[in-house]
Design a protein around this ligand. Structure first.
Ligand code: HEC
Ligand code: HEC
Ligand code: HEC
Ligand code: HEC
Ligand code: HEC
Length: 362
C-alpha cells in the first residue's frame, strides 16, 4: 500500500486529515471529552421541556423555533440558505442545540445581535450565539407601550402580564443598553456590567460545551468565600436588613421577596383583587381567590390568571419576573437588578405606604 493511501485511511478512521497520527489521537480524545460534556449539558438534553414542549403539535412555531430547535437556529442564522435574522419554517421537535448550531460559518461570523427592545449590540464574538437565545422575549419598552396613557392606578381589562421569558442572562448583563427591565422615568440605570476583562463575556465564565462555570477561576480573585453566592464587593445595605456581610445575592433575594409582598399588598388594597405568584405556571400571576397569600395548583389555571392589572402593578410585576428569570443575575449584573427592584418598590410604596427607610439604591 502506498504511504499516502495508508495516511488517507488513518485520517478517515480518526476523522481528521493532515495531522500526524499521535496528534490525531489526542485531538480525538479532546473531542470525545467535549461531546460528553455537551451530552450532559442542558443544551444536549433531548428530554428537556425546552425541546419536547411542542411534541403533541409535532412542530415548533416559527416564533419559538430559533431558540428551541437546532434546525430553527440554523434557519435564523441563514445557515440553511434562507434569509438571516428571521425564522422562515417551523422548527423540528426533539432537536436540541447541537454542535452544528454554534459551529457553522454563519455562527462563527455572527458578531452583532438584535434585542427585543430593537437595540443591536455589536462586538459579541464567541458569545454572540449565546446572546441570541439568552436575551428574553420582552423589553421595558413593551411595557411602556402596553400601558400607554392609562392612569397609573386604573384597572384595565386591556392589560395582561408580560413575561420576559427564561434564562435571560444576556438581557441582564447589558443593563440599560438593551433595556430589558421596565425603567422608571427620571431614574438612571447602569449600562453593561464589564466586571473584569478576564470574566466579562458568556464564554469567559461558562464553558460553551458543559455550560458550567469554573468556580476556582472566580475564587482566585474572590478569596475567603465558601460559595459564589457569598461574594460581595461593596458596602451598602441594599435590602435594609442590617446585614452588610451577606453575599450580594442575598441582598437581591431579600429585596425581590419584599417586592413580591408589596405586589400582593397593592393587589389587595389598591387594585381591589388579591394577587399571587406561582413559580412554575404560566402566566405566573393569578388571582388569590382564597386570599391566603399563596397560589395553589388549583388557583394556578388559565381562567384564574390575574386580570385586574393597573399600569403601576404591571410594571412592578414585570420587573419581578425579569429578576426571577435570571438566577445568575447577581453575577451577570447585580446593580441593574437592584436598581429595578428598588424603583419598583418605591413606585408601589407611593400607594401602599410601605417604608422605604433603610433600603439603598446602588
Ligand atoms: C430568544 C430565544 C427564545 C425564544 C424565541 C423562545 N424561547 Fe423559550 N426558552 C428560551 C430559553 C433560553 C429557555 C431556557 C431557559 C433556562 O432553562 O435557563 C427557554 C425555556 C422555555 C420553556 C421551558 C420553561 C421552563 O420553565 O423550564 C418553555 C415551555 C418555552 N421556553 C416556551 C417557549 C415558547 C412557547 C416560545 C414561542 C412562543 C418560546 N419559548 C420562544 C429561549 C427562547
Ligand atoms: C452553544 C454553542 C456551542 C455548542 C452547542 C458547541 N460548541 Fe464547540 N465551541 C463553542 C464556542 C463558543 C467555542 C469557542 C470557545 C472559545 O474560543 O473560548 C467552541 C470551541 C470548540 C472547539 C475548539 C476547542 C475548544 O475546546 O475550545 C471544538 C473542537 C468544538 N467547539 C467542538 C464542538 C463539538 C464537537 C460540539 C458538539 C458536541 C460543540 N462544539 C458544540 C460553542 C459551542
Ligand atoms: C439555540 C439557542 C441557544 C444557544 C445558541 C445557547 N443556548 Fe444556552 N440554553 C438554551 C436553552 C433552550 C436552554 C435550556 C435547555 C434545557 O432546558 O435543557 C439553555 C440552557 C443554558 C444554561 C443552563 C441554564 C439552566 O437552567 O441551568 C446555560 C448556563 C446556558 N444555556 C448558557 C449558554 C451559553 C454560555 C451559550 C453560548 C456558548 C448558550 N447558552 C447558547 C438555548 C441556547
Ligand atoms: C462573570 C461570569 C459570568 C458571565 C460573564 C456570564 N455568566 Fe452566566 N452565570 C454565571 C454564574 C456564576 C451563574 C450561576 C451559576 C450557578 O449557580 O451554577 C450563571 C448563571 C447563568 C444561567 C442560569 C443558570 C441557571 O441556574 O438557571 C444562564 C442561562 C447563564 N448564566 C448564561 C449566560 C450567558 C448567555 C452569558 C452571556 C450573556 C453569561 N451567562 C455571562 C457566571 C457568568
Ligand atoms: C480577575 C479577578 C476576578 C475574577 C477572575 C472574577 N471576579 Fe468577580 N469581581 C471582581 C471585581 C474587581 C469585582 C467588582 C467589579 C465592579 O463592581 O465593577 C467583581 C464583582 C463580582 C460580583 C458582584 C459583587 C458585588 O458586590 O456587586 C460577583 C457576584 C462576582 N464578581 C462573581 C464572580 C464570579 C462568579 C466569577 C467567576 C466566574 C468572578 N467573579 C471572577 C474580580 C474578579
Amino acid at each position: 500500500m502506498r504511504l499516502h493511501h495508508l495516511f488517507g485511511l488513518l485520517a478517515m478512521l480518526v476523522g481528521f486529515g493532515g495531522l500526524p497520527a499521535t496528534l490525531q489521537a489526542e485531538e480525538k480524545s479532546g473531542i470525545s471529552a467535549l461531546v460528553d460534556a455537551w451530552l450532559k449539558s442542558p443544551h444536549g438534553n433531548y428530554h428537556s421541556p425546552s425541546f419536547t414542549y411542542w411534541n403533541k403539535q409535532g412542530e415548533i412555531p416559527t416564533a419559538c423555533a430559533a431558540c428551541h430547535s437546532e434546525p430553527g437556529f440554523l434557519d435564523f442564522l441563514g445557515t440553511d440558505g434562507s434569509t438571516a435574522g428571521v425564522v422562515d419554517h417551523p422548527g423540528v421537535i426533539n432537536s436540541p442545540i447541537g454542535c452544528a448550531s454554534c459551529h457553522s460559518a454563519e455562527a462563527h461570523a455572527l458578531n452583532a445581535v438584535r434585542f427585543p427592545s430593537g437595540v443591536i449590540v455589536d462586538g459579541l464574538g464567541t458569545s454572540a450565539t449565546c446572546t441570541v437565545c439568552h436575551q428574553g422575549r420582552q423589553s421595558g419598552a413593551a411595557v411602556t407601550k402596553a400601558v400607554a396613557n392609562l392612569g397609573e392606578d386604573e384597572v384595565s381589562a386591556e392589560l395582561g402580564f408580560l413575561n420576559i421569558h427564561y434564562g435571560v442572562a444576556a438581557a441582564t448583563m447589558h443593563g440599560t443598553e438593551t433595556g430589558a427591565g421596565y425603567q422608571y422615568p427620571g431614574k438612571t440605570y447602569a449600562g453593561r456590567f464589564f466586571h473584569v476583562p478576564s470574566a466579562n463575556t458568556c464564554v469567559a465564565c461558562h464553558d460553551p460545551h458543559s455550560t458550567k462555570v469554573a468556580v476556582d477561576d472566580c475564587l482566585s480573585c474572590h478569596r475567603g468565600v465558601e460559595q459564589l453566592t457569598d461574594i460581595r464587593m461593596r458596602h451598602g445595605d441594599f435590602d435594609g436588613d442590617g446585614d452588610v456581610k451577606e453575599g450580594i445575592q442575598g441582598e437581591i433575594m431579600t429585596l425581590h421577596a419584599r417586592l413580591g409582598e408589596s405586589i400582593q399588598a397593592y393587589g389587595r388594597d389598591v387594585a381591589g383583587t388579591p394577587i399571587g405568584y406561582h413559580k412554575d405556571r404560566h402566566p405566573y400571576f393569578f388571582r388569590d381567590t382564597d386570599g391566603n397569600g399563596t397560589i395553589s395548583d388549583e388557583e394556578a389555571v388559565a381562567d384564574n390568571r390575574y386580570q385586574a392589572w393597573t399600569p403601576r402593578l404591571l410594571k412592578a410585576a414585570y420587573n419581578y419576573q425579569v429578576v426571577k428569570k435570571d438566577p445568575g443575575g447577581y453575577v451577570h449584573h447585580p446593580t441593574y437588578q437592584l436598581q429595578l427592584l428598588y424603583d419598583s418598590l418605591e413606585s408601589l410604596s407611593e400607594q401602599i405606604g410601605m417604608d422605604m427607610a433603610g433600603i439603598t439604591r446602588p
